[in-house]
Design a binder for this molecule. Sequence first.
Ligand SMILES: [Zn+2]
Length: 159
Amino acid sequence: MTRAAFAASIASAVGALALMRSAHASESYAVTHTDAQWRQLLGPARYPILRENGTEPPGSSPLNDEHRSGTYSCAACGLANFSSRTKYDAGEGWPSFWAALPDAIRTRADYELADPRTEAHCRRCGSHLGHIFDDGPPPTGKRYCIDGLALKFAPGKAA
Ligand SMILES: [Zn+2]
């Protein structure tokens, strides 16, 4: 490859990255705050999960052992994301669901690990919730592996 061709290929790769980034940035949400506001609203435990794509340590969430009927909502904006009806014990250490509530979740490809994963975030505020895998139970075969810190549980009638 000539030096010019090499430079051109780098330029196009950078261009593609910029495009990907702007596609991500163009996703708009009904609930928005500045980063400083999110930090204050969410506090030191929830902020890194919801706003920095963090992952809580496995087995750390009290919601792993939550078996009552009720609704799991986004801890950042309160949108109902999951129903107790689709919760199951995946044995992985995080609250798991085989489906999300209708129109609650948006996804994007996550290339942080060598094996690309599907990232899940809240439709209303864009906050990171967890990841979706294809090893869940019927009827969907999906496993929504969600950080407990990203959710707030309200017991009651299941959504
Ligand atoms: Zn939200």
